[in-house]
Design a binder for this molecule. Structure first.
Ligand SMILES: Nc1nc2c(ncn2[C@@H]2O[C@H](COP(=O)(O)OP(=O)(O)OP(=O)(O)O)[C@@H](O)[C@H]2O)c(=O)[nH]1
Length: 320
């Protein structure tokens, strides 16, 4: 099994293998997969104990493979949140998102297959069809809090058992801390005994620059809702750390929101620039907490029609 990709790794940052008190350590890679909007990123953030992956009501909010790390007791859990797998749209962007899912599934110790409890659609079945034999998969029946007739869950689970040889069923809500703690314990049992890959206080292998673009994208998606079509993205033009006289860290970020059409640009900017201002304020406040720094954020909006179908543009915008 290969070690996960780390974009910020440097030889000095390489952690010394750690040994938990009393003996062996455990460590392993856990993929979180499922169709769009089932709660994968919400679950990953809850499992890590901090927000690493952005979430919104909009389907396919997650667009990258994102690693979240949790070290607890003798175990280091390395979670990989993946984009929601879907075959409805065939753009270059969607192909890239699906590749992030298929590339992850074959090389992990455990799969968390997230579905909405009591629900199984053709889109779920398409994700399940990607699973390889030999890698244990847990059925995470999420959003249990929205199921009113719990009695209907038993026959549903029985049906799910017939679809795949799941190692275990975990009905839960990603918004319930007790459920999340229980899932963490279940995951532990599937991780091999080996040295940890990251320092115990590391939470992600993604850079602050990456998290900045994701945070702006989350605010963009949340504050425009269904109004703004899915094909918009955020590019960080510059990310500079400056020495502050009064604060310990100061970060200056310039970003561009890329949209497909002039009408979308007007939508993002809003009446008298109000919406763009709100996107900027909410993103800045969240980034200041995340980076423990004073943040200056400048956001522009540009129209680039057809970007989501242009492989070169996708690459230049940071898609794998
Ligand atoms: N009621 C309820 N809502 C949840 C739960 N988990 C997630 N959600 C909501 O479901 C929506 C989608 O959550 P995400 O975590 O963005 O879903 P995702 O599967 O990562 O979505 P994609 O990016 O489309 O792949 C959000 O509005 C969450 O707040 C849960 O346990 N209960």
């Amino acid at each position: 099994m290969s070690e996960p990709h780390s974009e910020s790794a440097s030889p000095e940052a390489e952690p010394e293998p750690q040994t938990a008190e009393g003996g062996e350590t455990r460590c392993g890679l856990i993929a979180i997969v499922g169709k769009p909007n089932v709660g994968k990123s919400t679950l990953m953030n809850a499992l890590v104990g901090q927000k690493i992956s952005i979430t919104s009501r909009k389907a396919q909010t997650t667009r990258h493979r994102i690693t979240g790390i949790r070290t607890e007791g003798d175990t280091q859990f390395v979670f990989v949140d993946t984009p929601g797998f879907q075959t409805r749209h065939n753009s270059a962007l969607n192909k890239s998102l699906n590749k992030a899912v298929t590339g992850t599934i074959g090389d992990v110790d455990l799969i968390l297959f997230v579905v909405e409890a009591g629900n199984f659609t053709l889109s779920d079945a398409k994700v399940l069809a990607l699973f390889k034999p030999g890698i244990p998969a847990l059925l995470v029946a999420n959003k249990l809090d929205t199921v009113h007739r719990r009695s209907e869950l038993a026959p549903w689970l029985k049906g799910m058992q017939e679809r795949h040889d799941f190692a275990e069923f975990v009905p839960m809500s990603a918004k319930n801390p007790k459920d999340v703690a229980r899932l963490l314990q279940v995951c532990r049992g599937y991780l091999p005994q080996q040295d940890w890959w990251y320092a115990p206080d590391e939470l992600t292998d993604r850079s602050e620059k990456f998290l900045a673009s994701e945070t702006i994208r989350e605010k963009l998606f949340r504050l425009t809702g269904d109004e703004l079509p899915y094909s918009s993205t955020v590019v960080i033009d510059s990310f500079k750390e400056e020495k502050g006289k009064t604060v310990k860290r100061m970060v200056r970020i310039a970003a561009t929101i890329v949209v497909e059409r002039d009408g979308h640009k007007a939508m993002v900017i809003g009446k008298s620039g109000e919406r763009l201002k709100r996107i900027g304020t909410e993103a800045r406040q969240e980034l200041e907490k995340l980076m423990d720094a004073k943040v200056f954020l400048e956001i522009w909006v540009k129209v680039r029609s057809g970007w989501a179908d242009d492989a070169n543009r996708l690459r230049s915008f940071g898609y794998e």
